[in-house]
Design a protein around this ligand. Sequence first.
Ligand code: SF4
Ligand code: SF4
Length: 360
Amino acid sequence: MNFSKKSQEHLDACRFCWMCRHICPIGNATGQERNTSRARALGLSLVSRGAVEYSEDIINNVYECALCGACVKECVTGWDPVMFTKEARLGAALDGKLPPYVLKMVQAALESGNIYGAKLDEKLAGKIRGLGKSKTLLFLGADARYKTPDNAGEAIDLLQKLGADFTALENEPDSAYGLDFLVGATSETKAAAETCAATLNGYKRVVCYDPADAKTFKREYKEWGVDVKYSVLTFTEYLDIILSDKKIKKSDLVFTPQDSPILARDLEETEPVRRILSKIGSVSEMLLNRRDTMLAGNLVMNEYMPAVMERVAADRWINAKNVGAKILVTESPAEYALLKKTKPADLDVLTIEEAIAKCL
Ligand code: SF4
Ligand code: SF4
C-alpha cells in the first residue's frame, strides 16, 4: 500500500523512537511491544518501502490501536501515529484486505445502519416515541442505542425531569463514527455522513450523547466537506447550560471524572463535567486527568478484542484505586460499559446523568 508523503514522514520519525511506549493503554494492557506506536510504525514503514507484504499480521496490528491519541499528546516532536494508523486502515479497505472481523462490522453498517447489526431495544424505542417535536435533537449514537440502551433511556429521563425542550429519533441515522474508526474516509463512510447530515440539517441544534459522535460531526464532517447546518453540543455541555441557573443541594458525594480521550484531547472539553460535579458534590482527580487521561474502553474494539478491552478498563480501575477515588463518572457509553463490567466491588461508576439524578 502507498502512504501519503505526510504519513511516510511520520512513520519514519516514529519507527526508531519508543519514547511514548509507557502511555499506550493497549500496550500497557497487553504488555507487548507490538502495541506501541513505534512498533506499528516499523511494520508499516517496511510495507511502505515494499520490503514486506501488507500482511494479515501487520493489518491486525493496525486494528489493535484505539486511536486514543495518548501517544500524539505525549510526542514532544509532534508526530502523529493516529494519522498513519487511520491511513493504514483506509489502505487495507481500498486494497480489499480488511480482516473478517472488520468486514463484518462494515457490512453490518451498510446493511442495517449500525456496525453492530443490532435492533433498537423496544423499551428505548418506546421512550423515544413518547417525545414531542423540537428543534433540539438528542443524538444517542450507536454505542448507547445498541450497547447501553438503559443509559440512553436514563439520559432521556433526566432531560425530561429537567424540563429540557428536545426530541430524539427512533430511526436515528448512523453518524459514521464506527465506519470512520474502522476504515477511515472511504466513499461509503462519506456517503453515510451525507445521509446523516441530510436528516440532522432539519434541526437547529444537535446534542450528542456520545462524545465520539460530537467529534465526528465537528471534526470529520468538516474535513470531508459534509454540509452541516446545525450546531453541535456535547451532552455534558448541554447539561451544564441547563443546570447553570438551577439550584441543587450539594451532596456529600465525591466524584472523580474519567475524562474521555475524545472529549479531552480531540474536542478539548474538560471543564463542563467538573462544573456540574462541583455543583452536585465535590471533585477529586485521577492522577492522569484532562488531556493526560487514559482510555478506559472502546466498544468497537470490544467486538474483536474483548479480553484486552477488559484489561484496559481494569487498568483504569487500578489508577482510580491508587488515588483513593470512590465514584468514577464517565461521559462515554463505551467507557461506562467496560468500567461497569470490570468494576471492583468497593468502587462505583456512574454516567454523568446518573450522578446528577442521584443528587436531584
Ligand atoms: S509518537 Fe512521538 S514519542 Fe511516540 S514513537 Fe512516535 S516519535 Fe516517538
Ligand atoms: S493512539 Fe492510543 S492506542 Fe493507539 S498507539 Fe497511540 S496511545 Fe496506543
